[in-house]
Design a protein around this ligand. Sequence first.
Ligand code: NAG
Ligand code: NAG
Length: 403
Amino acid sequence: MGLLRRPLVCGLLLLAAAGSGILFALYSATAKLYREPRAGDRDATSYQAFFGPEASEAGPRKTTILAPPHPNPQAAALPPPTSTSQPQAFSKRQPCHPLYLAVQRDPHFRGLFDLSIPVLLWGRLFTPELWDGLSLRKAPYGWQGLSRQVVASALALLNGSESAGLFAGPGEARARCLRCAVVGNGGILNGSRQGPHIDAHDYVFRLNGAVTRGFERDVGTKTSFYGFTVNTMKNSLYSYRNLGFTSVPQGQGLRYIFIPSDIRDYVMLRSAILGVPVPEGPDQGDRPQTYFGPEASASKFKLLHPDFIHYLTERFLKSKIINTNFGSLYMPSTGALMLLTALHTCDQVSAYGFITSNYQKFSEHYFDRKKKPLIFYVNHDLLLEAALWRDLHKAGIIQLYQR
Ligand SMILES: *[C@@H]1O[C@H](CO)[C@@H](O)[C@H](O)[C@H]1NC(C)=O
Ligand SMILES: *[C@@H]1O[C@H](CO)[C@@H](O)[C@H](O)[C@H]1NC(C)=O
């Protein structure tokens, strides 16, 4: 707690002063970046033991923890890459090093990963038991206090089997190693010239203020998935508009990954699939097409499972912030959720633009005009995330771009 104590006091004062929900409890810039692993991290058990048998009945979950018959069961049915540009030679030449093998070899991560956990929530998983179970936890980990009717009506629209998987296309078999790049927005990408390497992956995940125009050489052009909460998406459009983020990535084959952090995410999701203006709440009157383009169909929209977000937080990102006054504000960052989503759905994962130990050398975002320091808000724990990326990279489970 030593790391947090003083900043938290500052945060409290600022919070009181600001009287708003946005917080600035900052770690001191010289704080030691990495923490020792904690004993609790190693106590992980199987998904079933973790959430109990009731939860495990909510979906087609397997009890095997690792070594699924297929390198990654979530990706069992795949269409060819959705992008217009073909993966370049670099990804074809390299042999596949499926990440599940690296997970199996690592005594620490072997106990944390459950590669069979459902990543997405969709209509057929919506049962009375799931409702009861998720009603015990607040969003994004559950549905406490949310309107059942709103949640149910959104999920009713995600009822085709294609909504169960990120890549699912009916009846299409996958033939090869699925390589994914997840692109965070970190300043480390400025001047990196990683664009061609990023675009060479089969699928590219981006998030929040992911502007590509004008930054192609450093961040590439391909976007297969865009991840966000309605709050982070609209904040990005507002805050980074004059830095070039004038619209959310759009395109045929591009899919949107909703992070359900609030009832408004379910309301927006429902309106987006129906292609109608948002009927209620803070986004009332918004036309979803202005964000996601003209194509309104269930196959374009994916929804992270609240149980998956809970599992990720408990196993990988159980921050000490949870036990402070800010606990209810804490959740993994959008980038962390996307990277961990890729880890549970792809065979190989490269991470670009994520926080590294030398983050102070770089601006907050690659699209900043002037260098500005990375700000640590108390709703995320970026130092804990940095340690996780470092450890996953060391274990050979991800390739973390560093310079
Ligand atoms: C999915 O929902 C639509 C619209 O509510 C309905 O017409 C259809 O029968 C449902 N399909 C399944 C498989 O439940
Ligand atoms: C981006 O990189 C260029 C070249 O290395 C540098 O001059 C510039 O200051 C960087 N921009 C930011 C915002 O750090």
